[in-house]
Design a protein around this ligand. Structure first.
Ligand SMILES: C[S@@+](CC[C@H](N)C(=O)[O-])C[C@H]1O[C@@H](n2cnc3c(N)ncnc32)[C@H](O)[C@@H]1O
Length: 390
C-alpha cells in the first residue's frame, strides 16, 4: 500500500503511542535489563534484545518505504477528542486514518495481534463528525511527538548503560568502607599511601587549587587528599551512582562537616557536560575505576575508554596531574579484583582493563606526557601523568 501511496505522491505517517514519556520508557527498559542480568536470566536478556532488534528492523522497513515515523506519549489526553463510538482504548487500540474516506480502529495492540476491527467510511451518515476530531487528535499528538530515531537512540543508550553497569553485592558501600577482608583493605591503604607519597614527591601536596575525583564512591579520596588542596581551593567528587553520592556526602559530613571546599555530585562522567575544560589541576580515578569505562573497548581507540581519558585531559589545565590505578595483568588473569564484585563482573572488569602498552598509547593520544608507573601491590598499577603543555 505504501508503494501505491508514494506512486501518487501521497504521504504516510505512523505515530507510535507510548504509555509513558519516552524518557520513562527508556528508563524502565534499562531497569528491566538490569533486573534480568541480576537474576542471571540470559534467555530473558536474549528475548529482550531480540524484540528490540525486531522493532528496529520493522521500523527500518517502514522508513525505507517512505513512511514518516514519530513517537509520543499522549500526556495531554488529546484522545478525549475522539468520539465515543470509536471505543478507543489508548492501551490497546490502533488507529488508521485514510484521508477523508475511511477510519479503522483496531483492537489488540497490547497483545501485538489484531483481535477486532471497527471500520468507519464515507458511506456512513455521521462519518464527517468522526473525521474532524480524529484528524485533530492525530495532528496534535503528531506535533508534540519525537522523531523515531531520537527514541531508538534513547533505547540504545539505555541498553549500553545497563550493559556497562556492575552488579555489586548488596550493602557493597558499607562493605567497601568498613568490612573488607585483610587483603582488600591493605590494597586500599597501600594505593592511598603511595598516591600521597607521589604527590608529596612531586611538590603538589598543599599546592593543589582544584581537585576532581572521578568515581568517588565512598568519598575516601576526597578525605585522604584534602590536605593536598589549598585552603581557598575546591574539591569535587563525582559518581553516577546515587547510593555512592549519598554515602560520600554522609562520610564528608561525619569527618569534616565544616570543609566547604568539598562538593559531591551525581554525574555519569562519560556523559558529563557541566565540568569546565582546564578547570582542575589534579584529577584522580582510583581503584581500577577506569575499567568501568571499558565496556566497548576497541583497538581503534574510538570508544568510551578513550573518551574518558580525553575528557580527563581536557578538564586538566596544561601541566595538571592525573593519578589513577588499573588492575595488574596478574590480577586480571586470575580475576582477583575487589571482593565487592561478583565473579562475572570481576571477569568483565578484567576484560575491560587495557594492557600497559595500550594505555601508554591511549594516554599519549589523549594529550598526556609519557606516564610514570608505580606498584603499590601485586594487583594494582598506579599511574601518574602530566597533561601536555601544548
Ligand atoms: C571501584 S569504585 C571506586 C572506588 C573509589 N574511587 C576508591 O578508590 O575508593 C568505582 C566507582 O566508580 C563509579 N562509576 C562507574 N562508572 C562511572 C561513570 N561513568 N561516571 C561516574 N562514576 C562512575 C561507580 O559508581 C563506583 O562508585
Amino acid at each position: 500500500m505504501m508503494q501505491r501511496i508514494r506512486h501518487c505522491d501521497g504521504d504516510v505517517r505512523r505515530l507510535y503511542l507510548l504509555d509513558q514519556s519516552p524518557g520513562a520508557v527508556a528508563q524502565a527498559y534499562r531497569e528491566q535489563r538490569v533486573m534480568l542480568h541480576r537474576l542471571g536470566d540470559s534467555d530473558g536478556l536474549f528475548r529482550l534484545d531480540e524484540s528490540f532488534n525486531n522493532m528496529a528492523k520493522n521500523i527500518n522497513v517502514l522508513r525505507e518505504g517512505g513512511c514518516q515515523l514519530r513517537v509520543a506519549f499522549d500526556g495531554d489526553h488529546y484522545d478525549a477528542l475522539l468520539p465515543s463510538s470509536m471505543h478507543w482504548n489508548s492501551r490497546d487500540s490502533e488507529l488508521a486514518i485514510y484521508d477523508d474516506f475511511r477510519i479503522d480502529v483496531f483492537r489488540g495492540g497490547r497483545a501485538g495481534q489484531i483481535s477486532g476491527l471497527l471500520s468507519f467510511s464515507r458511506a456512513m451518515e455521521n462519518f464527517n463528525s468522526l473525521v474532524l476530531p480524529t484528524e485533530e487528535f492525530f495532528a496534535r499528538v503528531w506535533d508534540k511527538a519525537d522523531p523515531m530515531q531520537t527514541y531508538l537512540d534513547r533505547l540504545q543508550t539505555a541498553v549500553a548503560s545497563a550493559k556497562s553497569r556492575i552488579d555489586y553485592w548488596s550493602h557493597w558501600l558499607a562493605r567497601y568502607e568498613f568490612a573488607l577482608d585483610v587483603e582488600d583493605e591493605s590494597l586500599k591503604s597501600s594505593e592511598a599511601d603511595l598516591t600521597e607519597r607521589v604527590l608529596r614527591d612531586k611538590g603538589s601536596w598543599g599546592a593543589v587549587s582544584r581537585y576532581l575525583d572521578v568515581g568517588t564512591c565512598t568519598g575516601r579520596y576526597l578525605l585522604r587528599l584534602r590536605d593536598a588542596v589549598r585552603r581557598d581551593g575546591i574539591i569535587v567528587g563525582i559518581d553516577d551512582n546515587l547510593d555512592s553520592v549519598l554515602f560520600a556526602r554522609g562520610n564528608i559530613h561525619e569527618h569534616c562537616p565544616d570543609d566547604d571546599r568539598i562538593t559531591i555530585v551525581q554525574r555519569d562522567f562519560l556523559q558529563d557536560t557541566t565540568l569546565i575544560d582546564g578547570e582542575f589541576d589534579l584529577l584522580t580515578c582510583m581503584m581500577g575505576t577506569l575499567s568501568h569505562f571499558g565496556h566497548d573497548r576497541n583497538n581503534r581507540y574510538e570508544d568510551n575508554l578513550q573518551r574518558a581519558l580525553s575528557h580527563m585531559a581536557r578538564l586538566l589545565r596544561p601541566g595538571g596531574h592525573l593519578v589513577f590505578s588499573t588492575w595488574s595483568p596478574e590480577a586480571c588473569e586470575k580475576g582477583n579484583l575487589l571482593s565487592i564484585y561478583g565473579k562475572l563482573d570481576a571477569a568483565r572488569l578484567a576484560r575491560w582493563t587495557p594492557t600497559v602498552n595500550e594505555l601508554d598509547a591511549r594516554l599519549r593520544l589523549a594529550g598526556f606526557d609519557p606516564p610514570e608507573k608505580y606498584y603499590p601491590d601485586a594487583r594494582l598499577i598506579l599511574w601518574y601523568c602530566v597533561r601536555r603543555s601544548t
